[in-house]
Structure formats: structure tokens, C-alpha cells
Design a protein around this ligand. Structure first.
Ligand code: FAD
Length: 323
């Protein structure tokens, strides 16, 4: 097997932790197949991110540092990834399953006429090749799939591949220059809106507090869910019911059609536990549910459950945590 290329993701000068799960998957496949892996990071002013990537066993960290990559415009990134994959003779491209890779990786795969699998949770050696398990239908089906072709593209679920520990050795950083004139110019990014409230991203956070239809309005959401999250240093999330009723922004939605999170602790505040919501958080290590209905389906997946009204239980819990 040839080299595997991992595509790194970053934001605000920080490496996204989900990238390390992609690194773990690539390292496993490379170790079992007797190959190596490299990491490609695209962006502008990449010094800190490239440095952070040096400690995870990559043969090289390829840094494409250019103003054309300031923001992840899919056409440009896809072409750059396809170019590097061709140039380095890679046989597999791996990234974390995320909004970033959903947008970019299939385009890069198409440019190379390569097959692609998303949401991979397992990679097993099968002769000279690998078979992959991937989740489908909101996690109700696990498909076992083999990819044809000389180059294979994968995105991997963060919870499925434990993030590797930092090693003392350091991978070399190789600056990879691009002629921006060769990149597609159909779309340019006009800017990027800053995140609200300064809370962590739910896909990166160790603790996520999510609110559901029990919360009646945006002020109550901020006070109850936001207040509890801040007491725990946690990210906030929400069910689709609150997004659909305009109480929370779409960016907070957890679930099949929202974000997939896998924190150490997930607090479901007044969420019933519909299958589409569970699809986004059931890989959490410890689930805590607060719901006034003892028969709510969320209690079937919860490790700890509190049958209570969120309007009384959450302020009490928040006060105790603050102390
Ligand atoms: C194709 C498709 C995709 C979908 N994708 C998603 C998705 O990505 N994410 C998602 O979340 N949903 C998604 N849904 C919607 C999903 O089916 C549910 O409708 C939604 O998750 C319900 O949200 P909820 O649990 O907040 O509300 P409800 O199901 O109405 O549950 C509210 C819960 O709050 C409890 N409660 C009410 N008042 C209180 C109180 N005062 N104190 C304590 N508990 C209280 C109730 O007992 C109830 O269990 C999708 C649906 C479809 C069809």
C-alpha cells in the first residue's frame, strides 16, 4: 500500500480535535498495511496548526500556506487536495466526518475518479485490501463496504477512532506551494461570521448541554441551557424542535440532520430522545437526561436520569455546580 493522506481541519488558528481521529484511522491502516501517512493542512498563517500536527507520527506535515486558502472554499480546496494526492501518489485520503469534509472531500474524490465512503467507524484488513464499516440510516444500519479503485477516500466518525497520544518525535513540516492562478475561481468567500457567546464548538467539546422542546423561549434557553453549560465550561446544543420553532439557531442542532457529537458527557434537558436526535449523540460516553416524563425514550439510552421539571431542576443544579 502507498501513502495515506490525512486532511487536517482547523479554525481560528487551532487544530480541530476530530482531525486526530482521522490521524488515528490512517495510522492504524498504515501500520497494518506496512505503509505511511502524511498530513495535508491548507490555510493561511498555518505555523501553529502545522506545529501541532508534528507530534502524531506522520511521515510529513504538508503545509499549503496561501491567502487563497484563507477560508475553505470547496472548489479550491478540492482541487488542491486532488493535486497533492496525485503528486504524492497516495492510495487513500482520510478526513474527519464533518461539515468541512462533507463539502470538500466528495469533490476531490470526483476529480480523481475515486470512490468515497463517509462516516466510517471501523477499518479491517482483508487480504491486501481493507473493508470498512459505516453507519447509515441514522445509525440503525451498519454497512460493511469494500472500495474499488486505486485511490480511496474516507471520512471517519470521531468517536470510532481514539485520538492518539502526542509522541516525542516530530514530523518534518514541508511547505507546499501552490500557483493560485491554477485554482478554480468560480466562488470566492466574502467572509466568515464570528461565533456567538464564545462557547466551545459542540463537535469539539468534552461536555455538551442540549435543550429540547421543554424550553419555551430563547431567554429561557440562554438562562437554563446556557447557564448550565457555562457552569460546566460546556458547549450548547439543541434538538430540532427548538430550531424549527426559531428558539435556537440551526448551528446548534444535534442529530441526524444536525451535528454529530461524541463528548464525554451529554446533558439532555427536556429532550424526548427521538431516533433522529439520538443519531447525533448516542456515541457519548455518559448521557444524563432531565425530563418530567418517566417514560421518555431518552431514559432508555441515558446513564443517569432525573425525572423532574427542567424549570426547577436546572437552576438548582446550576447553583450547586457554581458552588
Ligand atoms: C428526517 C428527519 C430528520 C430529523 N433530524 C433531527 C435532528 O437532527 N435532530 C433532532 O433533534 N431532531 C430531528 N428530527 C426531529 C425529531 O424526530 C423530533 O421531532 C425532535 O428531536 C423532538 O425534539 P424534542 O425532543 O426537543 O421535542 P419533543 O419530542 O416534543 O420532546 C420534548 C420533551 O420534553 C419533555 N418536557 C416537556 N416539558 C418539560 C419540562 N418542563 N421539564 C422536563 N421535561 C419536559 C417532554 O416530556 C418530552 O419528552 C428529525 C425528524 C425527521 C423526520
Amino acid at each position: 500500500m502507498g501513502t495515506i493522506l490525512v486532511i487536517a481541519e482547523h479554525e481560528g488558528g487551532q487544530l480541530k480535535l476530530a482531525t486526530l481521529s482521522a490521524v488515528a484511522c490512517a495510522a492504524k491502516i498504515a501500520a497494518e498495511a506496512g505503509g505511511a501517512f502524511e498530513v495535508l493542512v491548507l490555510g493561511e498563517n498555518l505555523g501553529g496548526v502545522a506545529e501541532a500536527l508534528r507530534h502524531y507520527g506522520a511521515a510529513n506535515v504538508l503545509a499549503a500556506d496561501h491567502s487563497a486558502f484563507k477560508l475553505p472554499v470547496a472548489d479550491k480546496f478540492a482541487q488542491a487536495i486532488a493535486h497533492v494526492a496525485r503528486e504524492r501518489g497516495v492510495t487513500m485520503v482520510v478526513a474527519a466526518a464533518s461539515t468541512f469534509s462533507k463539502d470538500i472531500l466528495p469533490r476531490a474524490a470526483a476529480l480523481l475518479d475515486a470512490g468515497m465512503l463517509s462516516d466510517v467507524v471501523e477499518a479491517t484488513r482483508a487480504g491486501d485490501d481493507f473493508v470498512f464499516k459505516r453507519v447509515m440510516f441514522a445509525g440503525n444500519v451498519i454497512a460493511t463496504v469494500q472500495l474499488e479503485g486505486a485511490v480511496k477516500f474516507l471520512t471517519v466518525r470521531a468517536a470510532a477512532f481514539a485520538q492518539p497520544a502526542k509522541s516525542a518525535s516530530q514530523s518534518p513540516v514541508v511547505n507546499h506551494s501552490f500557483d493560485a492562478a491554477q485554482l478554480p475561481a468560480f466562488a470566492e468567500s466574502a467572509g466568515c461570521a464570528a461565533k456567538v457567546a464564545g462557547r466551545p464548538d459542540s463537535t469539539e467539546a468534552r461536555i455538551v448541554v442540549s435543550g429540547g422542546r421543554a424550553i419555551k423561549n430563547a431567554e429561557d434557553f440562554e438562562r437554563l441551557v446556557g447557564g448550565l453549560a457555562d457552569a460546566l465550561g460546556a458547549a450548547v446544543g439543541s434538538s430540532r424542535a427548538l430550531v424549527d420553532s426559531g428558539i435556537t439557531p440551526n448551528s446548534l442542532q444535534v442529530g441526524q440532520t444536525g451535528k454529530i457529537v461524541a463528548p464525554d458527557l451529554y446533558l439532555a434537558v427536556g429532550i424526548s430522545g427521538a431516533i433522529q436526535h439520538l443519531a447525533g449523540m448516542k456515541d457519548t460516553k455518559v448521557i444524563v437526561a432531565i425530563n418530567k416524563d418517566p417514560d421518555a425514550p431518552i431514559f432508555e439510552v441515558a446513564d443517569y436520569g432525573l425525572v423532574a421539571d427542567v424549570y426547577t431542576a436546572v437552576p438548582e443544579l446550576t447553583e450547586k455546580l457554581k458552588k
